[in-house]
Design a protein around this ligand. Structure first.
Ligand SMILES: [Zn+2]
Length: 480
């Protein structure tokens, strides 16, 4: 049954290849920022609806979040898709730096492929379910704002992932990999300090500087660094520091990210930083207002899912590239210094990384690696991985050594190399979902591992219910 289903799914993807690529390229052109991905989310949701999915739009208080469902009963397999772009990364589909529109957003993380590979896999599985008589439910989660406002967490808080048996998602990258790595949990806070303005030269004694509070808080936190765990990361910006030197700043604001390998470690450090902020307000005679923006968990890996994905990647086989694509890859690689590539490969901790030093595009499929390792970023996929066995895998869409969030990513995500990664990923996802739908034992193994890793710990969304998704963030931004 699963063999037939797999054949049907693959042939649907092959037959619809040009449409799938067209959708990815349209989202690439739209390049919409997090929470305002109106055209991108509509394109994906419409396509799923046309294919026979029941689509619920605007879920969890976000106009660009949606859930598309097909089928009924268990197992319920989820696929996640992202479609948000990054500011300032506009870039043409050429192997040198050349913006389409200076300063405009671009798909610097390849999320045009992310959303589309998932959509294609979901429809392919639906067609296979019909033709091969598979039982169960497929759910596509359209998850906005991964880059800035963690759409998935608001969706998780709303309980949208309850009852899902496993979740798969795909992120373009520079390797065909399903690692066992985790990532850093994170808290994001803004600190608003309110003081009293005054003439900074004529009557400074009457002023209370909010900027002083911001600076003293930063000094306190910088001393704290010595007394937190080695793996913690704390970084800040001063978003507002006053207007001009002869006016004592009555208002100042900083924005902090606090990260550590485990959620509870982040919470412990955040607690101390909140005390430091209070101390800074006390020292300067200012008032403090604390605003939580975001709070994410660390990723719970799942070896059963990683091994399943690797098996399917090997069976399907990574794509081959044309001379033209290899030429493009060569040009892109000229913009990546060899030492930067070496460092990126070393950092991947892949056991055979040195063998890849002279490789342009990775066509190998390594065994899952990286148990106990941590990627020093954060993702809202993590919150989902606390609710059901979850794996986000990558396929090679970019030349090895390509830095994340870069013009090189934008360029490659819109041309042949990215397109091939998209089609390959859609097939791998479809095959993996079909395996999970048809093999009860496999799903049980994934759950056993999930429960063993959590050891009784339960997911409780870190963002309190009163905090709403910041859907006006961009219009507020443009006002300042
Ligand atoms: Zn990304």
């Amino acid at each position: 049954m699963s063999e037939k289903a797999r054949e049907v799914a693959f042939s649907w993807i092959t037959q619809n290849e040009s449409r799938i690529i067209e959708i990815s390229d349209k989202i690439w052109e739209y390049a919409e920022l997090g929470l305002i991905e109106y055209k991108s989310s509509k394109l994906l949701a419409d396509e799923l609806e046309k294919a026979g999915f029941k689509v619920e739009r605007g879920v969890a208080g976000m106009p660009t979040a949606f859930v598309a469902t097909y089928g009924s009963g268990r197992p319920v397999i989820g696929i996640m898709g992202e479609y948000d772009a990054l500011p300032g990364l506009s870039q043409k589909k050429v192997p040198w730096r050349e913006p389409l529109k200076e300063g405009a957003p671009g798909h610097g993380c390849g999320h045009n492929i992310h959303g589309t590979s998932g959509m294609a896999a979901a429809i392919a599985v639906k067609v296979a379910m019909e033709e091969a008589g598979l039982k169960g439910t497929i759910k596509f989660f359209g998850t906005p704002a991964e880059e800035n406002f963690s759409g998935k967490v608001f969706m998780a808080r709303e309980g949208l992932f309850k009852g899902v048996d496993a979740v798969i998602s795909h992120h373009p990258g520079s390797m065909n990999a399903a690692t066992l790595k985790s990532c850093l949990a994170i808290d994001s806070y803004k600190f608003h300090f309110y003081g009293v303005s005054s003439h900074a030269a004529a009557s400074p004694e009457q002023g209370r500087s909010a900027l002083d509070a911001v600076e003293l808080m930063n000094i306190g936190v910088n001393y704290l660094r010595e007394h937190v765990i080695q793996e913690a990361r704390i970084h800040y910006v001063i978003e507002k520091g006053g207007d001009q030197p002869n006016v004592v700043p009555a208002y100042a604001r900083s924005w902090y990210y606090i990260r550590a390998p485990e959620r509870e470690q982040v919470e412990a450090i955040t607690k101390r930083i909140l005390d430091i902020a209070k101390g800074a307000a006390l020292m300067t005679g200012t008032k403090l207002e604390v605003q939580m923006i975001d709070g994410l968990y660390n990723v719970i890996p799942n070896k059963v899912l990683s091994e399943l994905i690797v098996k399917n990647m090997r069976e399907i086989g990574p794509p081959e590239y044309t001379d033209e694509e290899m030429e493009f890859a060569k040009e892109i690689s000229k913009s990546i210094p060899p030492e930067q590539k070496r460092e990126a490969l070393r950092k991947s901790k892949r056991p055979d990384w040195e063998k890849l030093l002279d490789v342009l595009i990775d066509r190998s499929v390594p065994d899952p690696w990286g148990e106990g390792e941590i990627m020093h970023g954060s993702t809202d996929v993590a919150d989902i991985s606390w609710q059901a066995p979850t794996k986000e895998f990558s396929t090679a869409a970019w030349v090895l050594g390509t830095p994340g969030h870069s013009w090189q990513v934008v360029a490659q995500s819109g041309m042949g190399i990215g397109h091939k990664s998209l089609i390959f990923a859609a097939k791998v996802m479809a095959a993996s979902v079909i395996d999970l739908m048809t093999n009860e034992e496999l799903l049980k193994k994934a759950w056993d591992e999930f429960e063993e890793r959590l050891r009784g710990r339960k997911y409780k969304c870190a963002i309190p219910p009163e905090i709403k998704p910041p859907i006006d963030a961009w219009s507020e931004h443009s006002k300042e």
